[in-house]
Every structure is written in C-alpha cells, then in structure tokens.
Ligand binder design. Structure first.
Ligand code: NDP
Ligand code: MG
Length: 376
C-alpha cells in the first residue's frame, strides 16, 4: 500500500525539493499540497503532480477553474481542512515560521508520521508537540539536517554525555566584526554552502538559526543546553555528533544536501539514493571553535532555552526583524538588537496550550515592531 503524503509549504525551498523526491519514491503518493502566496509556482506544481487536494492562503478562482480534478481549500483553516479531508499517512511540514505550529498540531491529529522541517513548531511549542505525538502514537522525524543526523546517531544507542550540532558560519563568517553590522541583503543571502529560503539564510549569518536549533535539539532529544555543543564546520560535511564519556565521538557526516534528510524522513527506516554518489577522498572534516563574540544571538538562545515564552519572543522578534531588514528598514546589526530587547521585555512563562502560545507570540511581535519603529 502506498503511503499518502501531504506537503505543507510546497512552494518553499524544502517543500519543492520534497515534491521532487516524493514523486520518485515508489510507495509514496502525493495527495495534498499547500502554499502561502506564490500561486504561479503552485499552479506549476499542480500541473506536474496532480494532487487530489490543495490549499493556498488566498483564494484563486483561476486555479480552481484550471484544475477541476483537485479539491481546493483556502486560508489557514482551509489548510487544516485539507489535512482532514486528504487523510494523509505522512505530513511533511515545510511551512516557515511560527505559523507552522498550528499545522503541526493539526497534522498529528490525522497522520501517523510527521516529517518536521518547521523547527519553530518546537521552539514555540516547547514540548507540546512532542507530548501530543507521544500521546497519539505519531512518529516525529526531524528534517533539519543536524537533527536528522542526531536522530540517526541516537537511534537505539546508549545516551551519550554530550551532543553536537554544527553551523557553516553563514555568509559573513570571515567578515571583520565591525563590518558585519552593515552587511547588505545581497551579502547576507550569499550562503557559502546551502541554498535555502531567505529567512533561514539570514538566520544562518546572524546565528539565530543555530540558536533555534539548540532549542530544537533540547526538546527533541532531551538534553540540557550545556550538554549541546555547537561548532563551525565550514563545508557542512559534519552535521552532528555524539560524545560518550569514554571519549568516543560518533559523527554524522555526508554531502550537505537537504534532499538526503528529506528523503530519510519519508523512507525511514529504509534509505534510498537521492543524489549521485560523490567521492569522499580528501573532503576536509574539521570542527572549529564557534567564536561567541561574533554571534551573540546564539549565546542569547542558550540563556533563554527552556523558558518557552522567551523562546517564542526570540523567534517572533527575529521574524519581525528579518522582515524589516529585508525591506531595507534596518541594518543587519539591528536584528540582534530587536531580538534582545523583545526577549528582555517578555516575562518568564511557560504557556501550556496553543492559545497561550499564540497570545505570547502576538504580544512579542507587537513588542518587536515597537522596537523597530523606535530604533530605526
Ligand atoms: P521558504 O520560505 O522557502 O518556504 C516556506 C513555505 O511556507 C512556502 O511554501 C510558503 O508559501 C509557506 N508559508 C509561509 N507562511 C505560511 C503560512 N502562514 N501559512 C501557510 N503557508 C505558509 O522556507 P524554507 O523551505 O527555507 O523553510 C521551511 C522550514 O524548514 C523553516 O521552518 C526552516 O527553518 C526549515 N528548514 C529549512 C531548511 C532549508 O534548507 N531551507 C533546512 C532546515 C530547516 P509561499 O512561498 O507560497 O508564500
Ligand atoms: Mg539545520
């Protein structure tokens, strides 16, 4: 029997790669896809993959008319309804931002396996999603490359003393500190290794992405922040590692290509070949110390990790600040200032349900916007 797959965020970087891969996996059938606003790409995907169910944030009569065999839904509620109606076995969640949590929670009501790219679902939800997955018997397979690596390393082994995730260092890793503040959008989007969506590429340069990932790793694998080490690996060939008390270090290494963890989340526990084999001779595998002074956003994430309201504020402020930077309102260096101020103004709380999380998120966004308006 084929597994029915729904892909949320199909027009994004992860979503479009997932479509290509899933289409090549014999026992997977793409039954539903959703997008935000990119209706021209969505239309191309609908013509290529013919899913019986589809949803977009905005209603489009021309899409509905062009694909009479597809049942369309609209708006965030529409994406949820699409999940209910299409009855997927697997959901790959590639929506960006805190908006993803709502869909993750809905997905686990209807599917058996959640392939989770949306790290914000964990950062903003704390252990809510994990608890719900455990309660409902839903498998949660991380797609984020470092967490996919840890998932594979920790699968069945004894608990190590420490875990490791790596960062490429982002586009500005070799820039003199004093120039970083004023890096342009073009500078920041020139990622040395990965080709990804705009926000995560900017978050790689500010190291906010690694901050979110330390938090993601804490909840996914139940390690304390001081047991999670972060290093630079310039070519991203080392994704993750686990260190045992006897000094043995197991590393998860491989070609930095998101198609590999995407495919693994879909075929687990099996593996398939997604990209041509490449020589591993002379590939440098080097872990470098991550210079803390260059990346205050990672230090801040470590400090607030475990306090869910601050995690939500950290993410929300970053979403607001990255948008302001992308719109040319603010220098790159402003992103960290906005996050720091918003986190500082957010009280320590541990919201327990979705409505409290959304309330905290919306207050934090307002605070972050106030800081942007006041400072820039
Ligand atoms: P993109 O910005 O490329 O894509 C985001 C997708 O989500 C698009 O399809 C977009 O629709 C859709 N979307 C955005 N907001 C909403 C919303 N409110 N409701 C419904 N759909 C929405 O992001 P990425 O693919 O880069 O990243 C997706 C997630 O995966 C993020 O959480 C990121 O951190 C994570 N991730 C990404 C990696 C990468 O290599 N890109 C690596 C590891 C993790 P549209 O474009 O049509 O508006
Ligand atoms: Mg990652």
């Amino acid at each position: 029997m084929k597994k029915r797959l729904a892909i949320l965020g199909s027009t994004g970087s992860i979503g479009s790669q997932t479509l290509q891969i899933a289409n090549r996996i014999e026992n997977i059938e793409i039954v539903a896809i959703s997008c935000g606003h990119n209706l021209s790409l969505f239309s191309k995907q609908l013509s290529e993959f013919h899913p019986p169910f589809a949803a977009s944030l905005k209603k489009s009569d021309s899409l509905t008319d062009s694909f009479p065999a597809t049942l369309f839904f609209h708006g965030e509620e529409g994406i949820e309804r699409m999940l209910e109606e299409s009855k997927p076995d697997y959901v790959l969640l590639a929506v960006s931002g805190a908006a993803g949590l709502r869909f993750s929670l809905k997905a686990i009501e209807v599917c058996h396996r959640l392939c989770l790219a949306n790290k914000e679902s964990i950062v903003c939800g704390g252990d809510l999603l994990l608890k719900e997955c455990a309660r409902k018997g839903v498998e949660l397979i991380p797609v984020d490359s470092e967490h996919s690596g840890l998932f594979q390393l920790l699968d069945g082994s004894r608990r190590p003393k420490r875990i490791i995730i790596t960062a490429s260092g982002g586009a500005l890793r070799d820039w003199p500190l004093e120039r970083i503040q004023d890096a342009t959008i073009r500078d920041v989007l020139r990622h040395p290794v990965w080709s990804m969506g705009n926000r995560i590429t900017i978050d790689s340069a500010s190291m906010v992405n690694k901050g979110l990932e330390v938090i993601e790793a804490k909840y996914l694998f139940e390690f304390e922040t001081n047991e999670i080490d972060t290093y630079i690996c310039r070519n991203s060939f080392i994704h993750a590692g686990i260190l045992y008390s006897d000094g043995v270090l197991k590393l998860h290494t491989g070609i930095p290509d998101m198609r590999i963890p995407i495919a693994y989340s879909l075929t687990y526990p099996e593996r398939i070949q997604t990209i041509p084999e490449q020589s591993i001779v002379d590939v440098p595998m080097i872990l470098e110390e991550l210079p803390k002074e260059r990346f205050p956003a990672l230090t801040l994430a470590r400090e607030i990790c475990g306090v869910v309201s601050k995690q939500i504020a950290y993410n929300a402020a970053d979403e607001v600040a990255v948008e302001a930077f992308m719109n040319g309102r603010m220098p790159f260096g402003g992103i960290y200032n906005i996050i720091e101020k918003t986190v500082e103004r957010t009280a320590d709380q541990n919201p327990v349900d979705y409505s409290q999380i959304i309330e905290t998120d919306s207050v934090a966004r307002k605070l972050a916007q106030e800081e942007v308006d006041r400072c820039y």
